[in-house]
Design a binder for this molecule. Sequence first.
Ligand SMILES: [Zn+2]
Ligand SMILES: [Zn+2]
Length: 250
Amino acid sequence: MKLTVVGCSGSFPSAESACSSYLVEADGFRLLLDMGNGALGELQRHCGLYDLDAIFLSHLHADHCIDMCAYFVARYYRHDGGPCPPIPVYGPEGTEHRLTTAYADTPTASSMSEVFDFHTVKPSTFDLGPFTVHTERVSHPVEAYAIRVEHAGKSLTYSGDTGVTDALEGLARDTDLFLCEAAFTHGKENIPDLHLNGREAGETAARAGARKLVLTHIPPWTDPTVNLADAREAFDGPVELAAPRVTYEI
Ligand SMILES: [Zn+2]
Ligand SMILES: [Zn+2]
């Protein structure tokens, strides 16, 4: 499978990157993980506006889901051919209400569901196109999920937003690519059940036996080189920083 970093800025967009959004492709199927601020624009560099097959929203903080409002416009008011058929959207309980409220002016209370086929995520395993997907609840102020995507014997694990939790370590067991948030800086911010720092991301990767660690969701006010160095101290395997438009073959 192929992973493309569409956006990787934490909490709010940077001059260089949209917020969280990652395109996962295999066998011609396109799964988008999160659609944060600015992601819809950048996404169009990598695939057609209507070429997605499914969307997974890790949680309902704006930096992970708010461009779904813009995507609603693109699908509902499509210029050629009328409204798009509903695309599967997997998100936490209340996703439809959250997006409808954020949009504030949908034609009817159920307009979102005309172009999005909402599925409520729980900790589970299910098939999604050519992928087998595992989800686990992680540790964040709102209901939030990490996801493991498997295809042809390989796996990608994405943390979403989380503090330190055994659930993430279990989900990332022996994973080929661990896309893990590192929003905080070790020794600077220490709020439990919110975000990981570079060291904690590295420690989680080491305990899980991940093969490769890619740090993501670093906010513009944080020095990524510090988090990268902290992660490398804790994890012996390869570590790098996510960057927009970078792709990985997994
Ligand atoms: Zn976030
Ligand atoms: Zn969040």
